[in-house]
Design a binder for this molecule. Structure first.
Ligand code: AP5
Length: 217
């Protein structure tokens, strides 16, 4: 059966970390709009240069751009057994566009799992986050470092960097953007039925068990 899962939460709540684990466990792809936009920037594409300043300022890229990206990605053959959505939708218009797309393409209903983490812990996590610009994996300098001897999928050791939107001013703006534009999706999806919420505080493995329990419920 097709499994469509959506991880909803503030920046730094651990959506990407959990989505990566879910993708490995369930064998379905992770679809991260943030990751797609960062890749466009690394490639130096026209889209990448259009969105760079918006992302670094902690604002949202326009609905039209991300909806088009998602629509193309969901049409791919390797996304037909299901998908783990990470960072999309992020506004009510994006959620409505996704509903319409699911209805049009006959996809199974979305299971929504909200990951809840307080703002102070988010600030701490984002300050210590590093990502590999080559294999795109995310780590934390103290809580989730790369395992010793682990080599990068791109070859050699990972090229770890602070994300340009993890600087303190951008993090504050992203938290505000989340409260204003994304948090209303909690009520939107709660009213629809298949909505779960997990406590995002604690060990990554324990949170993963809680997320899996929602999926199996
Ligand atoms: P995006 O990349 O989606 O950023 P985000 O939603 O702000 O989420 P993050 O990637 O910052 O955090 P996360 O929840 O995935 O946490 P992670 O697992 O890394 O988007 C970036 C930008 O792109 C947006 O600001 C916007 O401009 C644009 N954009 C993207 N999608 C868009 C859309 N749909 N519409 C419009 N614009 C869009 O974990 C964080 C850190 O904590 C890591 O270091 C991790 O190792 C660590 N960690 C994780 N879990 C734990 C734990 N349990 N305990 C301790 N540490 C932990």
């Amino acid at each position: 059966m097709q499994q469509n899962i959506y991880l909803l939460g503030a920046p730094g709540a651990g959506k990407g970390t959990q989505a990566q684990l879910l993708s490995e466990k369930l064998g379905i792809p992770q679809l991260s709009t943030g990751e797609m936009l960062r890749s466009a920037r690394l490639e130096g594409s026209e889209l990448g240069s259009r969105v760079a300043a918006i992302m670094d300022a902690g604002k949202l890229v326009s609905d039209g751009i991300v909806i088009e990206l998602v629509e193309h990605r969901l049409a791919r053959a390797d996304h037909q057994d299901g998908v783990i959505l990470d960072g999309f939708p992020r506004t009510i218009p994006q959620a409505e566009a996704l509903d319409a797309l699911f209805a049009r393409t006959g996809r199974s209903a979305l299971k929504v799992i909200a990951v809840d983490v307080p703002a102070d812990e988010i600030r701490r996590r984002l300050q210590g986050r590093r990502w590999c610009t080559r294999c795109k994996k995310t780590y934390h300098i103290t809580d989730n470092p790369p395992p010793p001897g682990q080599s990068c999928e791109g070859g050699g050791t990972c090229l770890l960097e602070l994300r340009s939107d993890d600087k303190p001013e951008a993090v504050e703006k992203r938290l505000q953007t989340y409260a204003d534009q994304t948090a209303p999706l909690l009520a939107h999806y709660r009213a629809k039925g298949t909505f779960f919420s997990v406590n995002g505080m604690g060990k990554i493995g324990d949170i993963f068990s809680a997320v899996m329990a929602c999926i199996l419920a």
